[in-house]
Design a protein around this ligand. Structure first.
Ligand code: NAD
Length: 496
């Protein structure tokens, strides 16, 4: 690997090895090459990080730092991320095997997220409440929640971490970050940059290690006030139970099954192009992947032909080869899951139009590659349509009419995002308003930015990240009431 990065955890302002001395090998999913060895933390390391974050919060130094100064430090971190963007992008590609071009996009978004929350850090002035009681002052003010445990996934390791770190720090919390054990490198690097930026000791802590031990400790520990988690729904349910013991705040970004609805009157070429973007970015390992394509009956055949023609030309390869359009999946285990879904789909009657196998190219045999796949004639009840596959597999369904497509699009347990393609503005608005999803795109796909909220309806999550709402998640709201002309009440023992 051509980028130097720490191999330890960062607790109370110091880089430390795991107390057990254990380490973990990190591999490049393109060819399983060993690229780094990092500390493998355990429960006692998580406890040390929580204690440091608790102590730092209770010292009140950071929470009482004026918003403008907190914003300055978060902004400095944004500057450092920009200065180190190429190194960070390389690390992200080493860790995930997504193309370097995709990683570069991520890094520019990430710097923007830190900058956005740096700008919001001093913008909350609270609210004056219209008190119904004469001669009183009533205010609602926002305060940091306290110690925040933050658990991120492997698919967008630093992007997902940044959606948590930036608002939590801007709001005056202290944090214990736990990246996925599979892909910790960019989060370690950003912690190095946070140290350089000069956050006070104990404000930013990083623990490494497995979810069921280190992650679980963040969820159960009484000194953690909020647990923010991005990952799969099964893990989300476990964390919810673990967090229930101390009734801490929870913020969840879970999976999705995101319909991409294409009406016959859509701009055909654009709809085809973005249907491909919706599915094959990062080999479909995207929570908002538009893997469920729903096409109006009259253009179904033409659409499927056009998509398949393009899919056949997608170039698989090494993240660092500029010709590569799609990399491998993250692991052998994950590839087996994707293969299983395709098998089930074929048993349930889907038609394999392209892909559906591992590539035969000898250069790709060491990685966890799976060919970009299109399954036609899919129907609403199929598992491949209802469940999150998280791989390069597009399912295509036919529909006729708005009511049918809206009903089916809303029929999964998820509600993260969806898209509508049509040139009829009124129809676009009607359908967008009927979709039970946290984000709906009209004539576009997979657009998110720091300024707008992101999150899921139904089992896709709890709460919102990004936007002003993403900052509010990291605040408690307090009502402060002052009576300026208090009079005796004489309720008790005053009646003689
Ligand atoms: P995962 O649930 O396996 O792991 C996510 C994180 O949780 C990792 O850091 C892991 O170590 C930790 N973890 C695992 N078990 C735990 C436990 N018992 N207690 C505490 N922490 C635990 O998810 P993943 O496979 O890394 O990521 C893929 C999933 O993330 C997909 O379902 C995807 O849709 C979802 N995701 C959602 C969004 C969103 O914005 N909604 C964004 C990205 C990914």
């Amino acid at each position: 690997m051509d980028v130097a990065v720490q191999d330890k955890m960062y607790i109370d302002g110091t880089w430390v090895a795991a107390q057990s001395g254990k380490t973990r090998e990190i591999i490049y999913p393109f060819d399983k090459r060993h690229i780094h060895t990092v500390a493998e933390g355990d429960v006692e390391d998580a406890q040390a990080a929580i204690a440091a974050a608790r102590d730092a919060f209770d010292r009140e130094e950071w929470s009482r730092t004026p918003g403008a100064e907190r914003g300055r430090l978060v902004g400095k971190l944004a500057d450092l991320i920009e200065e180190n963007a190429e190194e960070l992008a390389k690390l992200e590609s080493w860790d995930t095997a997504k193309t370097l071009e995709e990683s570069r996009w991520d890094m520019s978004d990430i710097a923007g997220i830190f900058r956005y929350y740096a700008g919001l850090a001093d913008k909350d002035h609270g609210e004056l409440v219209d008190s119904p009681i004469p001669n009183t002052v009533s205010r609602a003010v926002r305060e940091p929640v306290g110690v925040c445990g933050q658990i991120s996934p492997w698919n967008y390791p630093l992007l997902q971490a940044s959606w948590k770190m930036a608002p939590a720090l801007a709001a005056g919390n202290t944090i214990v970050m736990k990246p996925s054990e599979t892909t910790p490198l960019t989060t370690i690097k950003v912690t190095e940059l946070a140290e350089q930026a000069g956050f006070p000791k104990g404000v930013v802590n990083l623990v490494l290690g497995p979810g069921p031990t280190v992650g679980n400790e963040l969820a159960v520990h009484a000194d953690v006030d909020l647990i923010s988690f991005t990952g799969g729904i099964v893990t989300g349910k476990k964390i919810m139970q673990a967090a229930g013991g101390t009734v801490k705040k929870i913020a969840f970004e879970l999976g999705g099954k995101n319909p991409n609805i294409i009406f016959a009157d859509a701009d055909f070429e654009l709809a085809v192009d973005f249907a491909l973007n919706g599915v094959y970015f990062h080999a479909g390992q995207v929570c908002s992947a538009g893997a469920r394509v729903m096409v109006e009956d009259s253009i179904y055949d033409r659409f499927v032909d056009a998509v398949v023609e393009r899919v056949k030309r997608i170039k698989l390869g090494d993240a660092f080869d500029p010709r590569t359009e799609m990399g491998p999946l993250i692991s052998e285990e994950h590839r087996a899951k994707v293969e299983g879904y395709v098998d089930i789909a074929l048993e349930e009657g889907a038609k394999l139009l392209v892909g559906g196998a591992r590539p035969s190219d000898p250069a790709l045999q060491d990685g966890f590659f799976y060919l970009p796949t299109v399954l036609g004639e899919c129907t609403n009840e199929m598992r491949v349509v209802q469940e999150e596959v998280f791989g390069p597999v597009m399912t295509v369904e036919r529909f006729s009419g708005e009511d049918e497509v809206v009903r089916n699009a809303n029929s999964t347990i998820y509600g993260l995002s969806g898209a509508v393609w049509t040139t009829d503005q009124a129809k676009a608005e009607r359908v967008a308003s009927r979709l039970r999803m946290g984000t709906v795109w009209i004539n576009d796909f997979n657009i998110y930015f720091a300024q707008a909220p992101w999150g899921g309806y139904k089992q896709s999550g709890i709460g919102r990240e990004l936007g002003p709402q993403g900052l509010e998640e990291y605040t408690e709201i307090k009502h402060i009431y002052q009576n300026l002309a208090t009079e005796k009440a004489d309720w008790f023992g005053a009646k003689g």
